[in-house]
Ligand binder design. Structure first.
Ligand SMILES: *[C@@H]1O[C@H](CO)[C@@H](O)[C@H](O)[C@H]1NC(C)=O
Ligand SMILES: *[C@@H]1O[C@H](CO)[C@@H](O)[C@H](O)[C@H]1NC(C)=O
Ligand SMILES: *[C@@H]1O[C@H](CO)[C@@H](O)[C@H](O)[C@H]1NC(C)=O
Ligand SMILES: *[C@@H]1O[C@H](CO)[C@@H](O)[C@H](O)[C@H]1NC(C)=O
Length: 348
């Protein structure tokens, strides 16, 4: 087992258990003679089976999850909840205990990250059970363009991650109408939304051939969008996430029926979010004490909202910047480093 695998173990467990206090005992990572899958604390029974059948996929699942988490932290960098956690034994920690919008987002973006990573790994020939995309030629592709460059295998990535990531939820069984069952349905819905967004944003990409760039010939293939676009799209879904409740038949239905029902591409939640102002172990809120804020902004990053009205301290901070950049022929840009004193504002 290479050392490279070790660092993924943690992430895999986090995403796939997305549960509280996954048993992340350091000793569990001392990979001995046992095969990888039995070492992955936190995998459900079905996930262990898939792991055994598809060991070469595990690294990409871990990478995908990590990409999702990083994107989550980027998208929420100016918010009170910044995709970090109280309990650093898991990336999402206790936030996952409540069925909030934030929880919805983390499930969706992790699932999206996994589709993304597995689809690309197929294209790159890293997995034994898949290769380049075999998606059908789009009908509107001009007739003289070639279809069939090696594309991201979205079809496979989607199906495999649905099997694997959802397995955990599908194995559970709770009484119909229970809160636990509502959470299960919510998680499955949001996992699917994350995967659908990746699929929605995939596009046709082409390359020119022909005599010295004449572009008389084009080869085209299926290409996944940059993951930042997936993050941006899911952030919009977060802003328009739909509040749900259980109906008398144990199905999730929207709380306010005057709106359109959510589609497979929308995020859903079943519990109101806390305000994330103060540290609270039971909600997974880290609080905003010590967070940087923007004195002139009226948005969520502004000191008023970020600090929840508690006020802020002002500091002088020295930052280093690239400056006096000059273009040199040919072809590079050379910059100086300038230090600058700026005011920084930090929540009380
Ligand atoms: C977080 O992790 C660090 C180092 O891994 C550890 O020292 C610290 O106690 C942890 N904090 C919590 C709240 O678990
Ligand atoms: C933490 O949050 C819970 C749920 O909102 C609340 O009941 C509890 O009073 C809070 N605890 C503290 C210490 O603020
Ligand atoms: C998120 O906020 C907490 C404090 O509330 C801070 O300790 C942590 O570094 C922040 N994380 C990121 C990724 O910015
Ligand atoms: C603070 O917010 C203002 C207004 O939104 C913006 O123009 C400015 O660039 C922000 N400053 C920093 C340091 O982000």
């Amino acid at each position: 087992m290479s050392k490279g695998h070790l660092k993924y173990v943690h992430v895999i467990v986090v995403v796939l258990s997305l549960a509280m206090n996954p048993l992340l005992i350091p000793e569990a990572y001392i990979i001995g003679a046992q095969p990888l899958c039995s070492q992955l604390v936190g995998l459900s029974q079905g996930q262990k089976k898939l792991c055994q059948l598809y060991q070469d996929h595990m690294q990409y699942i871990g990478e995908g999850a990590k990409t999702g988490i990083r994107e989550c932290q980027y998208q929420f960098r100016h918010r009170r909840w910044n995709c970090s956690t109280v309990d650093n034994s898991s990336v999402f920690g206790r936030v996952m205990q409540i069925g909030s919008r934030e929880t919805a987002f983390t499930y969706a973006i992790s699932a999206a990250g996994v589709v993304n990573a597995v689809s690309r790994a197929c294209r790159e020939g890293e997995l034994s059970s898949c290769g380049c995309s075999r998606a059908a030629r789009p009908k509107d592709l001009p007739r003289d363009w070639l279809w069939g460059g090696c594309g991201d295998n979205l079809n496979y990535g989607y199906r495999f991650s649905r099997e694997f990531v959802d397995a955990r939820e599908r194995e559970k069984s709770f009484p119909k109408g229970s809160h636990e069952n509502a959470r299960l349905l919510m998680n499955l819905h949001n996992n699917e939304a994350g995967r659908r967004i990746v699929s929605d944003l995939a596009h046709v990409s082409c390359k020119c051939h022909g005599v010295s760039g004449s572009c008389s010939l084009k080869t085209c293939w299926l290409q996944l969008a940059d993951f930042r676009k997936v993050g941006d799209a899911l952030k919009e879904k977060y802003d328009s996430a739909v509040a749900m409740k259980l109906n008398s038949r144990g199905k999730l239905v929207q709380m306010h029926s005057r709106f359109n029902p959510p589609t497979n591409h929308d995020l859903v939640y079943i519990e109101q979010s806390p305000d994330y102002c103060l540290k609270n172990q039971s909600t997974g809120s880290l609080g905003t004490v010590g967070r940087l804020c923007n004195k002139t902004s009226e948005g969520m990053d502004g000191c008023e909202l970020m600090c929840c009205g508690r006020g802020y301290d002002q500091y002088k901070a020295q930052i280093v910047e690239r400056c006096h950049c000059k273009f040199h022929w040919c072809c590079y840009v050379k910059c100086k480093r300038c230090t600058k004193i700026v005011d920084q504002f930090v929540c009380k």
